[in-house]
Write a protein that binds this ligand. Structure first.
Ligand SMILES: [Zn+2]
Length: 248
């Protein structure tokens, strides 16, 4: 095959690139919103061919300014199904499965078939739930955004996890989102400020961590990356493993 006829030729020119390992990676993306759209786009572009997408929610007009695969004719349809269907068009060899379910209704063995998990969630409660189920089973590459700011954290046992960063004040803030009878009020539907530009940057950082992990390079495991879009600055913090963390 001529180099120009191979869609992955240019990335194969990166020293040590293993296209076979990238293509065979079994990836789970939780959340088919702004980060989920970007993550799926980037993973398919890199040649990942085994993707599973989880989201129970439907598309609304307010999603359209930062979800690259959605348009106004999709409003009311299920995010996971629309995203899977449209992303398949990018590469006919990509198998993209949509799972329309709330995160809390997935069986714990569901996570065992994946090599990498990505969080494209927009609230901390759902993120911690995913973190607890992934820990020790599958590495989790978490991303989050608020306006101009974003974060990326890589969790791979036995390093620290997302819950290791939680203080008492964080728990208090998070539990305010639950009603007095324990009902989840906004488990996956908070209304936070969001920018497509921050989303793209954070999803790209997450996808980069995946590439490094696939190739056995040092990743952000045990670290927390804070991105400040106003200063165009990233700060990398070490996250120590918390002794009383309930996850491990
Ligand atoms: Zn922990």
């Amino acid at each position: 095959m001529r180099a120009d006829d191979d869609r992955f030729d240019r990335q194969k020119r990166i020293n040590g690139w293993d296209q076979d390992a990238v293509s065979k990676a079994r990836c789970l993306v939780v959340g088919a919103g702004a980060l989920g759209n970007e993550l799926i786009k980037l993973l398919v572009q890199k040649g990942v061919r085994d993707l599973t997408l989880v989201d129970y929610d439907s598309i609304i007009e307010a999603n359209l300014n930062r979800c690259v695969f959605f348009n106004s004719s999709d409003v009311g349809k299920l995010k996971a199904e629309v995203l899977a269907e449209k992303a398949r068009v990018m590469d006919e060899n990509a198998r993209i499965k949509a799972v329309v379910k709330r995160l809390e209704f997935l069986d714990d063995w569901f996570y065992d078939r994946f090599d990498y998990a990505f969080s494209g969630l927009d609230n901390q409660a759902a993120r911690l739930h995913l973190n607890a189920y992934c820990y020790g089973r599958v590495p989790l590459i978490d991303g989050g955004t608020t306006g101009f700011h974003g974060k990326v954290q890589v969790v791979r046992s036995p390093s620290s996890c997302l819950e290791c960063t939680m203080s008492k004040a964080d728990y208090k803030k998070m539990w305010k989102k639950y009603s007095c009878v324990g009902e989840v009020l906004d488990f996956l539907d908070p209304k936070m400020p969001a920018l497509a530009t921050t989303t793209s940057i954070i999803a790209a950082m997450q996808a980069n961590e995946f590439v490094k992990m696939v190739h056995g390079r040092d990743c952000l495991e045990g670290k927390y990356v804070f991105f400040d879009g106003l200063k165009q600055e990233t700060i990398v913090y070490d996250v120590p493993k918390r002794a009383n963390c309930p996850v491990h």
